[in-house]
Design a protein around this ligand. Structure first.
Ligand code: 3SL
Length: 247
């Protein structure tokens, strides 16, 4: 039997230090909605996504690039930022809108999680939309794996926890390594309990409730779809593309 992968799970941007990720392979998870949006945008032909930590960084980059080729995208507390070309609804990132463009992407938790992971050995982006492709990539990974859930302002997010558990579950054929970390045990256990009703549980999550008040159900339904895309976005030198990750 293949050896079970050693995996840790961090539950929000605030629960780890950058040093803890050095030499690790990191998977960033923000189901609602940043990682789902990144996966969708790249699938729909966006050239690249530049994650930024805040509005200041976003506008600095935007001022120095040709606006015909770049789009300024993102949200604050779920709402499109004034003056931005797009918010954070994956449904808006169609081929017509994002094809050939580089996206400067600024979100409340997701892009902060990605930025904080810079410095690790490898960084890929996971959502339910590309979970099997992510697992296939992780099967070849020789480094220790850390699943970084973006969470919400320092809190655990149920939807991210479920995806972390789903990744561990598929990667280790439904088993948990004896020496698993507490983080991995919790995510795996939550997934085991709710695996037959992922969408139902995501819809009841705190973040889904917040989003429903702002924009309704459509994004949540979309972000719960499994294995829609066979792609793995990867961050290199500060830019997310498919070049190294596409299978
Ligand atoms: O926190 C984030 O990065 C966002 O994905 C949150 S929201 O879904 O746009 O509200």
């Amino acid at each position: 039997m293949a050896e079970l992968k050693k995996i840790d799970v961090f539950y929000s941007v605030h629960t780890f230090q950058e040093e803890e990720l050095r030499s690790k392979a990191v998977v960033v998870i923000d189901v609602l909605r940043a990682s789902s949006t990144i996966v969708t945008a790249l699938h729909n032909g966006a050239k690249a996504v530049i994650p930024v930590a805040d509005m200041g960084e976003a506008s600095k980059i935007a001022q120095n690039v040709d606006s015909d080729n770049y789009l300024l995208c993102g949200e604050k507390d779920g709402v499109q930022i004034e003056g931005y070309d797009l918010g954070n609804s994956p449904l808006d990132y169609t081929r017509e809108v994002v094809g050939g463009k580089t996206l400067i992407f600024n979100t409340t938790n997701g892009t902060k999680a990605i930025k904080k992971s810079i410095g690790s050995a490898d960084i890929i982006i996971a959502s339910f939309l590309n979970v099997s492709a992510v697992v296939d990539t992780l099967k070849k990974q020789t480094k220790d794996i850390v699943l970084v859930c973006a969470g919400w302002k320092g809190r655990l997010a149920m939807e991210d926890t479920l995806l972390a558990g789903n990744i561990i579950h598929i990667l280790n054929d439904g088993k948990l390594a004896d020496e698993s970390t507490d983080g991995a045990r919790v995510a795996f256990g939550i997934f085991e309990i709710y695996k037959h009703d992922i969408a139902g549980v995501v819809h009841k999550s705190n973040h889904a409730m917040r989003l429903k008040k702002l924009i309704g159900d459509d994004d949540i339904n979309y972000c719960c779809k499994l294995d829609t895309f066979d792609i793995v976005p990867r961050l290199k030198e500060g830019i997310i593309t498919l070049h190294d990750g596409e299978k």
